[in-house]
Design a protein around this ligand. Sequence first.
Ligand code: TRP
Length: 330
Amino acid sequence: MDTVLSGIRPTGNLHLGNYLGAVQNFVTMQYNEKCFFFIADYHSLTTHPNPKDLHKNVRQVLVEYLAAGLDPEVSTIYIQSDLPELCELYLLLNMSAYLGELERTSSFKEKARKHSENINAGLLTYPVLMAADILIHNADKVPVGKDQEQHLEMTRKFARRFNNIYGVEYFKEPVAYNFGKELIKIPGLDGSGKMGKSEGNGIFLIDDEATIRKKVMKAVTDSGPTEPDSEMPESIKNLFTIMEIVSSPDTVTYFKEKYTTCEIRYGDLKKQLAEDIIKVIKPVHERIKEIDSDDDYLKRVASQGAEKAHESGIKTINNVREIIGIKKFY
Ligand code: TRP
């Protein structure tokens, strides 16, 4: 069994695409691997969120992931700032992370360009913190999107460098976790591209039924096919893509036929699609509300997660201290 670690940014709500894509894969994965899931609150501090928002966002992300099926009994689910050993490893790794390589990191360059008024050291050493996140549990695998691949590459470099400096084979070089089958990608409702958090084209797990219906009814379509077997525009293809995932095969066939014969009424298709999306979201939506109102449960989950993460972290940091030559006099 491999150790898999996943970092979750405490921003935004889960949408249907997240839920049916990455999150479902996490849920399945946790029964096959030793999983750590943490909410990366330190990482989000590079942009100076206000304290109330920060806490609210961390809580909301925790609630939604639990509702979606992360299981605190099988996985270690924790908040990054609940793991003190992480900060120590971050400090130690910083000693052999070089200015040049940090400045050359794409994410740093991009953020520095976009936010020239706030190029802080936390931003510069973001890859070191991320490496510490991963190496503190000596994870084998890390599920990451394209935008995080360079950070993972740097983690391997830092791990290798540490091993070389001290002549040990201590840290593993973590690799990207690839989900066996193609990751499900849910298109947005605006006729182009994926469903996203910020694009305004998404259906969220926190949306109630009326909101879902309204959003689906407003999805972009065209004026309809005018001749049999005409090429489907992107916006309609997208609705069918979602339908193929949430609806029954009969429903898909029914509407595809209507399309082919130019008898389709988009209003009918959308009504059906909305109901089928609601069926998928409703149980999670209700679970979100349940968990959200159960502070005791959240407290238990967070403290149990912190405890388990700490158990793993302290082991690593004790080994690292010894390797480096930090020894107690008492
Ligand atoms: N940088 C990641 C992101 O922006 C979040 C993250 C922080 C992370 N630490 C991590 C992901 C460690 C994987 C492993 O999405």
